[in-house]
Design a protein around this ligand. Structure first.
Ligand code: ZN
Ligand code: ZN
Length: 333
């Protein structure tokens, strides 16, 4: 594991101290694109794993959703990072290329300095297949993943073939440990409770000397996370400038039709958008403004920017992440 071979500056231990110097909360209200940006986060998709329309819903004429994915563009070091390899990875990386053209000299050949994965559910890693022999045939694409996720990829086809053929090279991360990437960027995985059939599940802190963004697209419950971590969502929000958090379902009634038929939502735990907003209601406006709801199911009414639920989220001081959104973590460039 050595990012310096990709042209990034070497990291010294002193850099870790740099990451603790977070910017003040008012920075989170910087209008997108208002200043030149040296390092930014771009939303490449904001939908749940299956996006929308989903298989079996040919009549769904709502806004098209791509599965949740973020990109990080570091203009200072000429680097690009992809968070999640979704089933729509081809379209999403092409969208990234249009914003920040790839440096094809980057190992892997696609101009991605690393792909970061959160867990082994379909919307979050199936796109890795596109790095393989039948598609881009990447050469040594770095993939950052937690140990169980890495083990799963190494030991199960077709993913194991990507490893064997050298299409991907897995770098293992450790829970709660900063992984420095360049002199101005590092990632900090945070384990969260989720259905962990094949892998553990993490979110990421994307850290820079100026601002930090949190990415937790999928978890069962904030209460469970708090009990396991000893931390609080409110505490986490105090330490970041932007928070892209699980908004899979709006409320408990979403998968039930007018006849009362549908899927039992108690078997699909996720923090509901309504509950998260209520939980954070008493926080100051500048803290609420850090929250960007992401990973919404095709049934979630916030999918439609004009819905009363979407406008309600905004009226309560929160945000709904939309494909194409950009937030700046380091000014300049
Ligand atoms: Zn998901
Ligand atoms: Zn999941």
């Amino acid at each position: 594991m050595n990012f310096t071979r990709h042209g990034a500056l070497a990291i010294s231990l002193g850099t870790v101290a740099l990451f603790s110097a977070h910017a003040s909360a008012e920075n989170s209200t910087l209008p997108t694109g208002a200043t030149a940006c040296a390092l930014e986060v771009v939303v490449l998709g904001a939908g749940q794993d299956a996006g929308a329309p989903q298989l079996g819903n040919p009549q769904d004429m709502g806004a098209r959703l791509l599965p949740t994915s973020l990109a990080v563009i570091d203009r200072e070091n000429g680097q690009r990072f992809l968070l999640e390899a979704t089933p729509a990875v081809t379209q999403q990386v092409h969208a990234l290329d249009a914003i920040a053209p790839p440096d094809t000299e980057t190992p892997g050949g696609l101009g991605l300095d690393a792909v970061l994965l959160t867990h082994a559910h379909i919307g979050h890693y199936l796109g890795l297949a596109q790095f393989g022999f039948e598609s881009a045939s990447a050469d040594g694409q770095l993939v950052l993943a937690m140990p169980r996720m890495a083990e799963f990829l190494r030991n199960n086809g077709p993913w194991s073939q990507l490893v064997e053929k050298g299409n991907i090279e897995i770098v293992e991360l450790a829970d709660g440990q900063l992984q420095p990437i360049s002199d101005i960027f590092g990632v900090w995985p945070i384990t969260v409770p989720h259905r962990d059939e094949y892998s553990e599940t993490v979110g990421y802190l994307m850290m820079t000397p100026q601002r930090t963004a949190l990415f937790v697209p999928d978890l069962d419950s904030w209460d469970e996370w708090e009990a396991a971590s000893g931390d609080t969502l409110e505490g986490l929000l105090a330490r970041v400038d932007y928070a892209f958090v699980d908004a899979t379902f709006y409320d408990d009634n979403e998968l039930i039709d007018e006849n009362g038929d549908g899927r039992d939502m108690s078997a699909i735990p996720h923090p509901r958008v309504l509950d998260t907003m209520e939980r954070l209601e008493a926080l100051p406006a500048q803290v609420r403004a850090k929250v960007h709801f992401i990973h919404y199911n095709h049934t979630n009414p916030i999918r439609d920017a004009a819905s009363k639920e979407s406008t309600g989220v905004i009226a309560r001081g929160f945000n709904v992440a939309r494909r194409g959104d950009r937030v700046c973590l380091v000014d300049g460039g």
